[in-house]
Design a binder for this molecule. Structure first.
Ligand SMILES: [Zn+2]
Length: 110
């Protein structure tokens, strides 16, 4: 994948994420005062919205980091071992910062 395509895809993802984050933050269920809500079902909805917001925020950061690497000319190389990230992996996840091996090592550490 060339960097122009990568940038376009990443920018598309970023505006998509911005939109969902905005929706989630504006969701009345998500921002309802938890202490006032005694009903368990309300808390479940708020928790779900909060979880989605966390995922979206994390991915947004990954996309912004990837755009930074596009600017710096290091996009497509693993941030840990500096080897090229396989094309197929970038196709599936343009924001991927690591090759499969390094990502695997990282996830096992958690
Ligand atoms: Zn690596």
């Amino acid at each position: 994948m060339d960097v122009t395509t990568a940038r376009e895809r990443l920018e598309g993802m970023l505006s998509e994420l911005d939109r969902s984050i905005g929706v989630l933050q504006g969701d009345p269920v998500a921002i309802r005062d938890r202490s006032a809500a005694d009903a368990g079902s309300d808390l479940t909805d708020a928790d779900r919205a909060q979880a989605m917001l966390t995922v979206a925020t994390t991915q947004r950061r990954a996309v912004i980091d990837a755009l930074k690497r596009v600017d710096e000319g290091t996009y497509g190389r693993c941030v840990d071992c500096d080897k090229p990230v396989p094309e197929g992996r970038l196709e599936a996840r343009p924001e991927a910062a690591r090759c499969v091996q390094c990502q695997g090592k990282r996830e096992r550490r958690r």
